[in-house]
Write a protein of this length. Structure first.
Length: 317
């Protein structure tokens, strides 16, 4: 019986060693695949098959060692690559276009995008919960958590900035550096943190900041202007937003005009705000249906105002 117990213990030891051997093999394989995926991304040659291969290896790794935080981080990382396939890109243009808008407006109505972002968050959260200390991709995992938290909208932007605003950018993988600046700018804008926006602009002007989102002088005025607007520094906001406007009716100009008109309304100069909105709306071919709605809102809040616009449609709604 003693011999049987000894053989049983010996068998358990061997099985344990084989288990860890397979887990280590999966770990090495997953890490190599991750690095290959990043290199393909750098060269612009990352295709659907490589993303699927990476995801499959990451899932297998988690199955072989279900308490290894790195495995779950890599699953989250593989899901992140899928976002680009779904048309979600964290680049300069998408940031400028959606500043001040809800994050869900940025991702659209895609159920797949919603579920992918949820999965990114929960796998990154699992990685964090299984880790007793920071692992090699700790900072990258924080960016994925930041992404998931921004999507969930449970925490206020001010809280997210406090939790994720000081990630060491030097430790971020290249493909997540732009994502981090995107998320930080997006949330800093919503938080009305003018000082934070100045800090972000300074970061993007640093010679050592060679990859990622950078702003033109006009965009800097726009960012600082909206930051002051959210901060309720209306005099400073008006000055900067007016500098950001051009004759080109793009997103920056339109948002600047709408913000300027709203400031007039808040300063009891509502008629001036309505006149500004009317002029822009008519000159641009009456394309933005939100402008008549905003004019109607001003008039309901301040009776006695006048408008040239036909608000009958808005009244029916």
């Amino acid at each position: 019986m003693v011999l049987a117990l000894g053989l049983s213990a010996l068998g358990f030891t061997y099985r344990k060693e084989i288990y860890f051997l397979f887990a280590k093999d999966q770990s090495v394989r997953a890490e190599k695949t991750k690095e290959k995926t990043i290199e393909l991304w750098k060269s612009g040659n990352l295709k659907e098959k490589e993303i699927e291969d990476f995801q499959s290896i990451a899932v297998t790794y988690s199955e072989k060692d279900p308490t290894d935080p790195v495995a779950f981080h890599l699953i989250a990382r593989s899901l992140f690559w899928n976002l680009n396939r779904l048309g979600i890109q964290f680049d300069h243009d998408s940031l400028i276009l959606h500043l001040g808008s809800p994050f869900r407006e940025f991702i659209g109505n895609s159920v797949l995008a919603e579920s992918t972002l949820d999965s990114i968050f929960w796998n990154a959260r699992t990685a964090e919960s299984y880790s007793s200390s920071p692992f090699s991709d700790w900072e990258n995992n924080l960016v994925l958590l930041f992404l998931g938290e921004t999507h969930r909208g449970v925490k206020r932007p001010q809280v997210l900035i406090q939790e994720y605003g000081n990630i060491d950018r030097s430790k971020l993988s290249l493909e997540l550096q732009s994502v981090y600046i995107w998320l930080l700018t997006f949330n800093t804008m919503l938080a009305g943190d003018a000082t934070g926006l100045d800090k972000l602009i300074t970061i993007t002007k640093d010679p050592n900041y060679k990859l990622g989102i950078q702003f033109t002088p006009r965009e800097e005025n726009f960012l600082r202007g909206l930051g002051k607007y959210y901060k309720k520094d209306y005099v400073g906001a008006l000055s900067l937003l007016r500098q950001a406007k051009t004759t080109n009716p793009d997103t920056i100009t339109e948002t600047s005009i709408i913000s300027e008109a709203t400031i007039f309304h808040l300063q009891n100069l509502s008629q001036k705000g309505i006149d500004l909105l009317e002029e822009y709306y008519i000159s641009t071919g009456k394309k933005n249906p939100e402008i008549p709605i905003l004019v109607s809102k001003f008039m309901k809040e301040k009776p006695g105002l006048k408008t040239k616009l036909d608000l009958s449609l808005d009244k029916k709604e």
